[in-house]
Design a protein around this ligand. Structure first.
Ligand code: NAD
Length: 394
């Protein structure tokens, strides 16, 4: 049995940030990390962005080794015993801990068509597989019109791949952007050569030796070299719930990032935390959340008593379009768009009862703090008072 002062479950960006956070306060405490992937922690955003624009794979690795952490990769934690302060892994090894961090992230939702026929795009191993296929300038069916679908369709098209996009909504990004912006993005993708087919449901995927055939509910049959899916993720909470740790679409944590069990913390995609500005708990699946919460969890485990209070931002690159955003960007809220150039540069505010709940900074960068400050303000706000409230890049 091994024993660590700090044990981290998960090998993603949150886990890496936590190891560095621990080291900010405790230079010597022993740290163990159990991660299912065989690759060490890496930056995930380049998998659907920079690596398709010529960045080298070597540039993605995080410097986890510098923290002196004992990396146990290709291994999966299978049980937590919070009373004994022990974790068991899939080799049957038992690891004792002083403080434990659950940073197990999220797993892609699967479609009911057999895993071998679809790349559920999430890991660097998925990137390697898809990149090798893309190098042959073949064809890809992309299922999903959310973050993965929109970014990977753009990345593949820029790399000379013929892309067909299928998703159930009316337009790309329809769960994020107001309807007119989503339609404009969809038209933009078509101009770039993407065959965008909104309102399509996949009913069958047949995998042949060298190609796949995708059949949709409307009867279309699309032949492609490979199928890539980004149909959402589910937080990996099973380890926690089996140990009696409460989860509701995410492990519930307090404002010191601790779960209901003493000495057990959670952070990143898997954690549901309180956002005082919004008056509710959130679970967030983006880089800033992983890095900021991971670091804070490491510091909290090492004795930092600071209250965690951070409204994370996110961003995306879609061909030459791009944005930063913060808060609740749900188009079912009232939306107010303040365009400088329609659908190219401007701000979309998401309101509920006169308060700003979220801000989408379209083609505008470096204004996330201004957006956070606005979300913290009581208001009430209207289209009139929001006009010119956040201006172009300072
Ligand atoms: P998502 O929630 O962004 O999009 C899911 C999409 O799945 C929906 O838009 C819908 O079009 C589609 N869908 C759902 N059910 C379907 C079905 N049965 N058939 C066809 N399509 C269906 O999730 P994602 O794109 O899979 O992204 C996964 C995770 O990665 C998310 O957590 C996301 O936040 C994260 N991510 C973030 C970024 C970023 O911050 N820029 C980039 C890539 C990925």
């Amino acid at each position: 049995m091994s024993d660590y002062q700090y044990l981290i479950l998960g090998g993603g960006m949150t886990a890496d940030a936590a190891a560095h956070g621990i080291r900010e306060l405790d230079p010597d405490g022993t740290i163990g990390l159990i991660g299912s992937e065989t690759d060490p922690p890496y930056n995930r955003p380049p998998l659907s962005k920079g690596l398709w624009k010529g960045d080298a794979v070597e540039s993605i690795w995080r410097k986890t080794g510098e923290t002196g952490v004992d990396l146990m990769l290709g291994r999966t934690a299978t049980a937590i015993d919070p009373d004994r302060h022990q974790v068991t892994d899939d080799l049957g090894e038992v690891h004792g801990y002083g403080k434990l961090l659950i940073a197990t992230g999220a797993s892609p939702r699967r479609l009911p068509f057999g895993d071998s026929s679809v790349i559920y795009y999430r890991t660097v191993a998925d990137f390697r597989r898809l990149h090798a296929i893309a190098a042959r300038h073949g064809s890809v069916v992309v299922i999903g019109g959310g973050f993965i679908g929109s970014e990977i369709a753009a990345a593949l098209t820029l790399n000379g791949v013929t892309v067909t996009m299928l998703f159930p909504e009316d337009a790309i990004g329809a769960r994020l952007y107001p309807a007119d912006l989503a339609q404009s993005v969809t038209a933009y993708y078509r101009d770039k050569g993407v065959d965008v087919r909104p309102g399509e449901e996949v009913v069958q995927i047949e995998q042949h030796e060298r190609h796949a055939v995708v059949t949709t509910k409307s009867g279309a049959r699309i032949i492609a070299d490979v199928v890539v899916a980004g149909v959402g993720v589910q937080p990996n909470v099973a380890l926690a719930t089996a140990a009696g740790i409460a989860a509701e679409d995410g492990i519930l944590i307090d404002d010191h990032l601790m779960t209901a069990r003493h000495d057990v913390y959670a952070a990143g995609d898997v954690a549901r935390f309180m956002v005082p500005e919004l008056g509710r708990r959130m679970r967030v699946e983006h880089e800033d959340n992983a890095l900021t919460m991971g670091r804070a969890a490491g510091r909290a485990m090492a004795g930092d008593k600071a209250v965690y209070h951070h409204l994370p931002f996110f961003y995306s690159d879609l061909f030459d379009l791009g944005y930063e955003a913060v808060g609740e960007t749900d188009p079912r809220l009232e939306t107010v768009a303040d365009w400088i150039t329609p659908f190219r540069e401007g701000v979309v505010y998401y309101l509920h009862e006169g308060r700003v709940r979220g801000v989408l900074l379209w083609g505008i960068f470096g204004q996330v703090d201004a957006a956070r400050a606005l979300i913290a303000e009581a208001g009430p706000f209207t289209a009139g008072t929001l006009h010119d409230r956040i201006k172009a890049t300072p």
